[in-house]
Ligand binder design. Structure first.
Ligand code: N1C
Length: 301
């Protein structure tokens, strides 16, 4: 049997012939190597491409705060009978509808929860639609408090005049730019929202409904507008007996279309096919008076 002799190795003695300095360098090197090995995949996972540049204006600054403020103003002051609505939930459902999503693939479904949280009854005979006549229609409902445009309901009131969109690679809103309807895509969060809420507004309408049309433009009834594309086709004939159009002319404008113009006749034909009676008035008196309040010196006043 071979006689093996084992010699014990002292603990102080370096295991190999490496100086203390080299050991420190090696430690630093391996430390850095481990840091790089961890940081590279984490960096790759965390890296988000910068938000895309769209042609339209970006999200309104302080959008969330504006939405919350408007929700509380509406439910506590404008219509306190809706005081039970949960504005915190409504605000979150609004932003959840578009954050972290491709702003060119927005859907009606995205807004479903928001729709449910903001349901609101408009009394029969009190619905007022408008097309290319926003200011006039809202001047009118500001005085006729019993009548409602979409912007006189909670969701329309909250969103009126605002812009919003997100980005799939970020949980932030895109404040720089949002898709433009014409130049980028039509399924953007903003257009889909107005289509969705306008559809519900029309579906809920009952009795005699009204629309303010602009007789100072050539397409007084425009089949491509939200009114012509969405609202007219979502009125329920079993609930809506009649649609009355008020064709208004701007004071001082030269061009004038009237109830007998061909575009208004198109509206009449669409409604006839849908079994809804149509009636029309040129320069409806009460709204004309409001126009005259703003233009007291005009000869037509
Ligand atoms: O396309 P329009 O008018 O015919 O839309 C108006 C019509 C109204 O009856 C409303 O119920 O559709 C509803 N609606 C709004 O309430 C609304 N508020 C703000 C539709 N669009 C609305 N907006 C914005 O104005 C939105 O950006 C949309 O594209 C325009 C439509 O205005 P329009 O062409 O004068």
């Amino acid at each position: 049997m071979a006689n093996h002799r084992f010699s014990s190795v002292s603990e102080e003695e370096p295991c190999c012939n490496i100086s203390k300095k080299t050991q420190i360098c090696l430690c630093v090197f391996f430390g850095l190597l481990i840091a790089v090995i961890i940081a590279v995949p984490v960096g790759i996972l965390m890296w988000r491409p910068p938000p895309k540049q769209w042609k339209g204006e970006g999200t309104t600054a302080h959008l969330y705060e504006i939405l919350l403020g408007r929700c509380y103003t509406y439910t506590q002051i404008v219509r306190p009978e809706l005081g039970h609505k949960d504005c915190q939930k409504i605000g979150k459902a609004f932003t959840k509808a578009f954050l972290m999503k491709d702003p060119c693939s927005s859907t009606e479904q995205d807004y479903q929860l928001l729709m449910e949280l903001t349901d609101e009854a408009v009394p029969c005979d009190k619905t007022l639609f408008w097309s290319k006549s926003s200011e006039l229609a809202h001047d009118y409902t500001r005085v006729r408090r019993d009548m409602f445009t979409l912007e006189d309901t909670l969701l329309g009131y909250m969103a009126d005049g605002l812009k919003w969109c997100g980005d799939p690679g970020s949980s932030e809103m895109n404040y720089h730019s949002c898709p433009d309807w014409r130049e980028d895509c039509s399924n953007n969060p903003f257009s889909v929202f107005w289509n969705t809420v306008s559809k519900r507004f029309a579906e809920d309408a009952c009795g005699v409904v009204h629309v303010v049309l602009n007789g100072s433009i050539s397409n007084t009834f425009d089949e491509r507008s939200t009114f012509g594309r969405v609202e007219v086709f979502n009125l329920h004939p079993e609930k809506v007996n009649r649609l009355e159009a008020w064709v208004m002319h701007d004071i001082g404008s030269v061009h004038s279309d009237s109830c007998s113009s061909s575009s208004v006749n198109d509206l009449k034909q669409i409604l006839k096919r849908r079994n809804i009676t149509f009636s029309c008035q040129n320069n409806y008196g009460p709204i004309r008076l409001l126009q005259c309040v703003k233009n007291p010196g005009d000869s037509s006043c």
